[in-house]
Design a protein around this ligand. Structure first.
Ligand code: ATP
Ligand code: MG
Length: 371
C-alpha cells in the first residue's frame, strides 16, 4: 500500500505530529505523566510508538501494555511484567521463558541469569503466585527495575479505559496507589473512549484525578497533509495537476487521518488502473466515491449501533444537515440524551456550547446520503 492504513504508522509516514511529539517527549522526559484521549484512528498509538522510540534512544527503559489485548488481572500482570523485563533481557516473553525453564527452552537459563538480581528486591515472580500477588508485583516492577538499573522509564498504557472492563473498576485505585509513589517512571495513558478517560482523570472522585496532564490531540494541519501526499505521489512519478487536487483530498476527508490515507490510496489505485500519471480533481472525486464504498460496512455498523432509537437517528440526521437539533415535538431531555449517546460513541464531538461536529466528516456525508 502506498499510504499506510489500519495500524500504527512508522515515523516516515507520521504526518504533522512533529511539534506534538516533541512536546510529549519533553514532558515525559521531565517525569510528567500524560493522558491522551481521542477517537479511533486518530493516530494515538503511532504517536506513542514514536515517543517511545525517541525516549529509548535517549537511554530510557520503555514498556507498553495494550489493555484491549488483556482479559483479566493475571494477563494484565503478565503483560506488564513481560514488557518491563524485555528491557533487561531482550526477550519478549521473559516470564514464560523463565517459568518454562524446566522445558529447557533455548536460552532460558541465560534469561534467568539476567533477571536473577531482581530477587533481591522483589523475588522473581513464581508461577504459583495468585493473581492478586502477581498484579502487585507487576505494579511495583517498573519503578523497581528502573531504579535498580539506574534508568528512567516510560510506561505506555494503551486503551486504558479497558483495564476496568477486564479487571473491574477497583484496579484503578490499586494502580494509583502504586504509581503515585514511584519516582523513576513516567506514564503515558491512551484511550479511545474519550468520555471514560476524561472522567477517570478529570473527576474528583476518580482514581486518576490529577495524576496525569491531560493534553488535547491537535488537529493535523492541511499543509502537512498536502506536503506529505504530494511527496508520496511524486515518489511514484505521479504529477499533480494543481494544488487544488491535493487540497480536495483534505477537504473531502475533513482532515480525518485514516480517511485521508484511504482516499489517497484509492486515488493511487485509480491512477494505476487507468494507466494515468496525473492526479486531477476528477481522480480525487472518483477516489472519494470508492473510499465511501469501502467505508459503507463500517458506517452501517456504527449507525446500527447508535441508531437503535429513532430519536438518535433523527438528531444525527439533523446534525448532518446542519439543522437546529431542538424540535418542537420532542422533549429537550430526550434530545440531550441522544446527543450524549452520540458523544460517548465518538460519532460527534462538542465544539462549543450547543455546537457539535462529526468526528468523521465522511460519516456525515454518509448519513446525508442514506436518509
Ligand atoms: N499522524 C498521522 N500520520 C499518518 N497517518 C495517520 C496519522 N494518524 C493516524 N493515521 C492513520 O490512522 C491509522 C491508525 O493509526 P493509529 O493506530 O496510530 O491510531 P489510533 O488512534 O491508535 O487508532 P485505534 O483507535 O484503532 O487504536 C494509520 O494506519 C493511518 O492510516
Ligand atoms: Mg491505538
Amino acid at each position: 500500500m502506498l499510504f499506510p492504513l489500519g495500524g500504527p504508522v512508522p515515523e516516515s509516514e507520521l504526518v504533522g505530529r512533529k511539534d506534538f511529539i516533541m512536546s510529549l517527549e519533553t514532558r515525559l522526559s521531565e517525569g510528567q505523566s500524560i493522558m491522551l484521549a481521542g477517537p479511533r484512528r486518530i493516530g494515538k498509538t503511532s504517536v506513542a510508538n514514536e515517543v517511545s522510540r525517541r525516549l529509548k534512544k535517549k537511554g530510557f527503559y520503555v514498556a507498553s501494555v495494550d489493555f484491549f489485548r488483556t482479559s483479566n488481572n493475571r494477563s494484565i500482570a503478565e503483560a506488564i511484567i513481560n514488557s518491563c523485563l524485555e528491557n533487561r533481557t531482550g526477550v519478549r516473553k521473559t516470564l514464560n521463558a523463565v517459568w518454562d525453564r524446566a522445558r529447557l527452552l533455548a536460552g532460558a537459563a541465560k534469561i534467568a541469569v539476567k533477571v536473577e538480581d531482581l530477587e533481591l528486591n522483589l523475588g522473581f515472580p513464581k508461577r504459583e503466585m495468585d493473581d492478586e500477588t502477581l498484579l502487585e508485583y507487576a505494579l511495583n516492577l517498573p519503578d523497581v527495575l528502573a531504579s535498580k538499573d539506574n534508568k528512567r522509564m516510560l510506561m505506555v498504557f494503551d486503551e486504558f479505559q479497558d483495564a476496568g472492563h477486564v479487571a473491574g473498576q477497583d484496579i484503578y485505585k490499586k494502580m494509583r496507589s502504586y504509581f503515585q509513589l514511584q519516582t523513576n517512571v513516567s506514564y503515558l495513558f491512551l484511550g479511545s473512549k474519550e468520555g471514560m478517560m476524561q472522567s477517570l482523570f478529570g473527576g474528583k472522585k476518580h482514581a486518576f484525578y490529577r495524576f496525569a496532564t491531560v493534553l488535547p490531540i491537535p488537529r493535523i494541519s492541511e499543509e502537512s497533509w498536502t506536503v506529505y501526499i504530494g511527496r508520496k505521489f511524486e515518489e511514484k512519478g505521479v504529477k499533480i495537476s494543481s494544488d487544488y487536487a491535493l487540497k480536495e483530498i483534505g477537504r473531502l476527508s475533513g482532515g480525518h487521518p485514516q480517511d485521508t490515507m484511504l482516499i489517497s490510496n484509492e486515488a493511487y489505485y485509480t491512477l494505476l488502473e487507468a494507466g494515468e500519471k496525473k492526479l486531477t480533481m476528477e481522480i480525487v472525486r472518483i477516489a472519494y466515491e470508492r473510499a465511501m464504498v469501502i467505508l459503507t460496512p463500517v458506517f452501517d455498523e456504527i449507525l446500527d449501533e447508535v441508531g437503535k432509537k429513532s430519536i438518535v437517528r433523527e438528531v444525527l440526521h439533523r446534525l448532518a444537515v446542519g439543522d437546529a437539533i431542538y424540535m418542537e415535538k420532542k422533549h429537550p431531555n430526550d434530545i440531550k440524551r441522544a446527543i450524549d449517546q452520540l458523544i460517548v460513541s465518538a460519532v460527534i464531538k462538542k465544539e462549543s456550547r450547543g455546537k457539535y461536529r462529526f468526528v468523521e466528516p465522511m460519516l456525515q456525508e454518509y448519513v446525508l446520503r442514506s436518509y
